[in-house]
Design a protein around this ligand. Sequence first.
Ligand code: NI
Length: 188
Amino acid sequence: MPRMAIRPIVTLGDPRLRMPGREITRFDRELATLIDDMIETMDDAPGVGLAAQQVGVDLRVCVMRVDDRLYEVVNPVIAHRSGEEAAWEGCLSVPGFRAWRLRAEHAVMTGRDRNGRNVTVSGHGELARAIQHEFDHLHGEIYIDGLPKDQEILTEDQLDQRLREEARARRPKPGFRLRKVRLPGIDD
Ligand code: NI
């Protein structure tokens, strides 16, 4: 069995990030190696999710690790979205930045595992966010694409400062969450 390997993460500006993923038809050793490498790369970063495009591969497969649970989904579709939740979101392919992004609070992703067996990932909050974020990657989209024009994108330092100031003022804006969410590649 091939040894797992950390692959370089593709970052914003690289056209490989914009490739729509092709449907996977062969559940072979090559796919297993890709998935193992993606898990290794995600955990090393560390991040909560990684899509094939982020390692330069134009296939529809993503991995996620949320609350110590590992998920791998081949040819995923989003079967359900409901509710709304805004939070600061980041991406391993856009290192050092975060944006305030509205997502469905609950999402269900269905697809297959590396062996072709059906899998369902149902999640709220952070897992729902990861499901939607990774799904978008598989279609060549990045989380900052869907932002309203006036939406802020902050550097990590700016966000840290903002959260400190908000905590000091003790009167957060409506809907503003003081809880700092764990985000891909940004929080250890
Ligand atoms: Ni991402």
